[in-house]
Write a protein that binds this ligand. Structure first.
Ligand code: EPS
Length: 388
């Protein structure tokens, strides 16, 4: 399975084409719209989210509520586009207008300057329109389809926020993914620890008052994936590596870890590796899950636990020093409409990209074309692992 996305932040629409989604998956517009709405929520979002109400149009690949095995086209319109028809026009516009609206002041931390140098753009709107995190809308749409595949195979995905602006969640233990999901779904910052959530919101308020932005850490947990998905035999078949790449590919993400992650650098091996136990009921299991569900690029059958760190959004009201690409004069003020914190929304994006990588690996490994065969094959694999 693979997908491409297209579309500018203030253009008419965002599009994704999904290739290789198996036939026979039940898929409704509501499944996707629900995920799009989750991504739009979250304390700390700016005015743009009051304009948009993201809704998908399924334009191919689905008939009578089931996937066909043919490419699936998903489209989400940008409501804001109607305010940008001249600036974002496909046709040439008046040169005076073009010069007047040119963006020549790169924001530190954004793709603006590197993108302009790379593609030779003198108007950095040509960069920022595509590098905008608006693009994550259709990545979430693609992830919603992946989640449908996983749900039919009894695999659950949940994302939540662990840290915002230096405020860490302390209450981390949950009984089930169901509990984690029901609590975080009600939380404006998608945090399981309700006391920390209040402090996170205060930190976001403070950042906003100061014209600043703050980042954080999100975690995605996936339960129900059988042991042995992915492979150790080649670098590009290691599933943890693919998941890591997908997390770092989310706008503003700078790092990723599995299980105890970077903490492993500070502990002896005896406190890092998970002891193996066996019972007739469950087959092989691990006593702990410090590895976060991966050993040797393959799933262990334990929950997959992956975290990503998001830097503060670089579009600031508070000025940072930069240089105008036309005049070469330094400047310090770059006022743009922005979110002060998008970490809660990013946790939904993280769920989507992780779900996509796992679904793609499963489809690849267990049958490819048809949901019924994939289901039968994965069941057989589960039995085989238990009886091993
Ligand atoms: C973004 C800037 C803001 C965000 C946007 C991402 O948009 P605008 O430039 O229109 O004010 O609201 O996020 C979304 C539109 C979205 O759907 O998440 C940026 O520069 O990355």
């Amino acid at each position: 399975m693979r997908y491409l996305t297209a579309g500018e932040s203030h253009g008419p629409q965002l599009t994704t084409i999904l290739e290789g989604v198996p036939a026979g998956l039940s898929l409704l517009k509501e499944h996707i719209d629900m995920e799009l709405a989750r991504r739009q929520k979250g304390y700390g979002r700016g005015r743009r989210m009051q304009i948009e109400k993201d809704e998908v149009k399924i334009l191919s690949g689905v008939r009578h509520g089931k996937t066909l095995g043919s490419p699936i086209t998903l489209v989400v319109e940008n409501r804001d586009w109607k305010h940008w028809t001249n600036i974002m026009a496909i046709e040439p516009i008046d040169e005076a207008d073009e010069v007047k609206r040119k963006v020549t002041r790169p924001r530190p931390g954004h793709a603006d300057l590197n993108g302009a140098i790379k593609y030779g753009h003198r108007d950095m709107r040509n960069v920022l329109e595509r590098s905008s995190a608006r693009e994550t809308t259709v990545r979430v749409a693609a992830g919603a389809v992946a989640k449908r595949i996983l749900a039919e195979l009894g695999i659950q995905v949940a994302g939540h926020v662990l840290e915002i602006g230096g405020v860490r969640a302390e209450r981390l233990a949950y009984e089930s993914l169901e509990e984690l999901r029901s609590v975080t779904e009600q939380s404006p910052v998608r945090c399981f620890d309700e006391e920390a959530a209040v402090k996170m919101m205060e930190a976001i308020d403070r950042a906003k008052e100061n014209g600043d932005s703050i980042g954080g850490i999100v975690e995605v947990v996936v339960e129900g994936v059988p042991a042995g998905v992915g492979s150790y035999v080649h670098y590009d078949r290691k599933l943890d590596a693919k998941i890591a790449a997908s997390i770092v590919s989310i706008n503003a993400f700078k790092g990723v870890e599995f299980g105890i992650g970077f903490e492993a650098a500070r502990l002896p091996g005896s406190e890092v590796h998970d002891e193996i136990v066996w019972s007739k009921e469950h087959g092989f299991r691990r006593r702990t899950n410090r590895a976060g569900g991966f050993e040797g690029g393959m799933t262990t059958g334990m929950p997959i636990v992956v975290r990503g760190v998001m830097k503060p959004i670089p579009t600031l009201y508070k000025p940072l020093e930069s240089v105008d690409i036309d005049t070469k004069e330094p400047f310090t003020a770059s006022i743009e409409r922005s979110d002060s914190c998008a970490v809660p929304a990013a946790s939904v994006v993280a769920e989507a990209v992780v779900a996509w990588e796992i679904a793609a690996a499963i489809v690849d490994q267990f049958g490819q074309d048809r949901m019924d065969l994939i289901k039968a094959n994965i069941e057989q694999m589960r039995r085989h692992a238990k009886e091993f």
